[in-house]
Design a protein around this ligand. Sequence first.
Ligand code: NAP
Ligand code: BGC
Ligand code: ZN
Length: 356
Amino acid sequence: MQCLTTRLDGTPPVLTERTAPGVPDAPDAVVVRTLRVGIDGTDHAVVAGAHGHPPAGADRLVLGHEAVGVTETPHPQLPEGSVVAPLVRRPRDEATPARLDMAPPSAVYECGIAGADGFACERFVADVASLVAIPPTLAEVGVLIEPLSVAHKAIDLAVAARRTVPWEPTHAVVIGNGSLGLLCTLALVLDPRVGRVSCMGRRDRPDPTVTVIERLGASYLDTRTTPVPQLAESAEPPTLVIEATGHAPHAFETITALAPGGVGALLGVPTDDVRSLDAGRLHRDLVVGNKALIGSVNSGRAAYLQAVETLAAAPAWFAEAMIDRVVPHTAAPEAFTADDTTIKTAIEFSSYEERR
Ligand code: NAP
Ligand code: BGC
Ligand code: ZN
């Protein structure tokens, strides 16, 4: 079957004929017919050779870590025909900690990213424990579950970091209006604990991401006119900041931007970026301001289930506005040629209806 593969060297991905990726011999293996695979900033970094690596001994990696599919083999825990979103991480060996999303990177593989083939294939095989059943009503938009779960995990970790002190997310700011930033904005807007929500970008209006932000009821802030550190001097400095750009200076600017007692969660995965900064000022600000800065990567089943709830509760227009380009799998390499106006490209391998 045709799979979308990369050499992780900056050359464009291509369609390659091969068998379904996954673990066909595992006792709990389930065959999944792929419906759609979403593309995010990490996939672009993988193709560019800036992140990830192929499976041991292979020179190509099957792309795709945001996926939705339909199971084709019966399993006592998962009836045939279930709509599923696969988890991204797999244990490297028996010593890998059970909570894969909190395990060290060296202890796990990431399908479609690091050391294990992904899901951008007509079919893939997965252990039943790595599949999360989602409502069939979300089959078309299920590629948003994985990145939305990343947003939920980060929010949970940030809230947990303030659990022992008086703190309220009165103003939450997301830095970055790429697909992950917009999903963070959705999760925060629908979170009853959160007051005002803003999302920062560097785009001129009209822009489809600004439309999404404002239709959600959040405010758009332009980092060119309101640099991140200036948030500290605004009428309502943020008590919660989620960084979703991968632009390394934003991580440190988050410290300055936060209100005293605030918490920042970093999600971006930057390449090396050597610069000078006033480490003393940032260190002091973090300490005397009682601020917290956390990093968060990947997500597990509980966060996927939160994402399912959030996506089901999202306004009807949201998912269609987010997945604004769908390419057929026969033209899958074109998914990597999207221009700046595309929010998220999905590759369509099959439709949910066709085999019901
Ligand atoms: P994306 O669609 O490429 O969006 C990136 C966003 O960052 C855009 O809003 C972009 O603005 C902005 N940006 C990039 N460089 C910037 C700079 N120098 N200054 C200001 N803004 C800048 O990527 P994504 O899929 O949303 O992912 C965002 C980041 O999170 C990436 O680093 C990705 O690898 C990472 N990520 C992490 C996890 C995790 O588990 N921690 C999960 C998913 C993604 P413009 O479009 O205007 O340039
Ligand atoms: C994926 C995560 C993964 C991270 C680091 C993100 O794009 O969504 O599942 O852990 O990249 O590779
Ligand atoms: Zn991702």
